[in-house]
Design a binder for this molecule. Structure first.
Ligand code: ATP
Ligand code: ZN
Ligand code: MG
Length: 309
């Protein structure tokens, strides 16, 4: 997180702060927002626009905001991003012990000490639940697998700026196939995303990127990720003087998920995977930041792309 992101700016000087002020509702914790009607409407139109852009062969699946803790552990998430993970904790045990724990709150004490982890975590990205599902189908056929998945995601990265939320929506297109085809899928989406941003009137740059790996070991992982050109991001400037914000990412995972979930490919060897992620809330914020608060006054081309009558 940059220092620019960490500070809350005055709505008058900063389009993002103004958009957040007008279209989002504070829910008492940084990075968690309610959404007003016009925001929801644009979100839904953007979602439909993306549906028109993607390969119709994609199989559509939608996931809840929680997923299996065991599956996420097996995916290796704790090695890379332990700081971002939210785990669902609950009061376990007998009626008496649960009652006693809850009563601690009534007595002004800290009831949360009695919590223990459940078998759920909050999904940190939309594609994690997909790989074990794909694995159950057996070896990937010659023509590969394409999915369109989405989930409300959680990352423990509270910030004052609306562009970095703790709870946000992510939609992803995922390819599970040979190395060459997974990489080709990822690479083909880079120019497609550029065209998509153009249609939406969003000036952008697409650049090599790294995941926000945790700690000193993480820095080594990031260097290796960059050397192998595994990740790119589509960046849009949401604030006049801040760093641009990643609104999409294009990721090639090599055979990481193929190996973890033992997904073979009919052509031989392990399946490789790639995903293209749409940061849906960031894209909606970008539309309002760039074009203004009232969609009726947005450029005709953008209105057409989003079917705004
Ligand atoms: P960033 O570079 O901002 O830290 P990231 O590289 O961790 O994001 P990905 O893991 O690639 O992001 O997630 C896919 C997309 O989800 C991002 O490109 C972004 O648009 C969106 N996203 C990620 N984190 C957040 C967040 N905290 N709030 C809103 N959107 C987010
Ligand atoms: Zn993904
Ligand atoms: Mg990033």
């Amino acid at each position: 997180m940059s220092s620019v992101e960490a500070s809350s700016r005055s709505p008058a000087s900063d389009p993002l702060a103004r958009v957040a002020e007008e279209l989002l509702l504070p829910l008492g914790v940084d990075g968690v927002h309610g959404r007003r009607a016009v925001y929801v409407e644009i979100y839904e139109r953007l979602d439909a626009f993306i549906t028109h852009q993607r390969d119709p062969a994609c199989e559509l699946l939608r996931f809840p905001p929680v997923m299996s803790r065991q599956q996420l552990e097996r995916s290796g998430y704790l090695k890379s991003f332990p700081n971002l993970l939210g785990c669902v904790a609950a009061l376990h045990g007998s009626e008496a012990s649960i009652r006693a724990a809850a009563d601690v709150h009534e007595q002004g004490g800290e009831w949360t000490r009695a919590l223990s982890a459940s078998d759920l975590v909050l999904s940190p990205a939309a594609c994690y639940p997909l790989y074990p599902l794909a694995a159950r189908r057996g070896p990937v056929q010659q023509n590969g697998l394409l999915f369109d998945v989405a989930a409300e995601c959680f990352r423990h990265e509270p910030a004052r700026t609306a562009s970095r939320q703790q709870s946000f929506r992510m939609r992803e297109l995922v390819c599970i196939d040979t190395a060459a085809r997974a990489l080709a899928f990822r690479d083909a989406w880079i120019p497609r995303a550029r065209t998509l941003a153009e249609q939406l009137g969003l000036p952008c740059a697409i650049e090599p990127a790294t995941d926000p790996f945790f700690g000193r070991v993480g820095q080594v992982m990031a260097v290796s990720q960059r050397q192998q050109a595994l990740k790119f991001e589509l960046l849009i400037r949401l604030q006049s003087d801040g760093a641009p914000t990643a609104c999409m990412s294009f990721n090639y995972h090599l055979d990481h998920f193929g190996a973890v979930w033992e997904i073979g490919h009919q052509g031989g060897g392990l399946a490789h995977t790639a995903c293209v992620a749409f940061g849906m809330d960031r894209l909606v914020l970008a539309l309002f930041c760039v074009h203004g608060l009232d969609p009726r006054h947005w450029p005709q081309t953008v209105r057409k792309a989003l079917s705004i009558g």
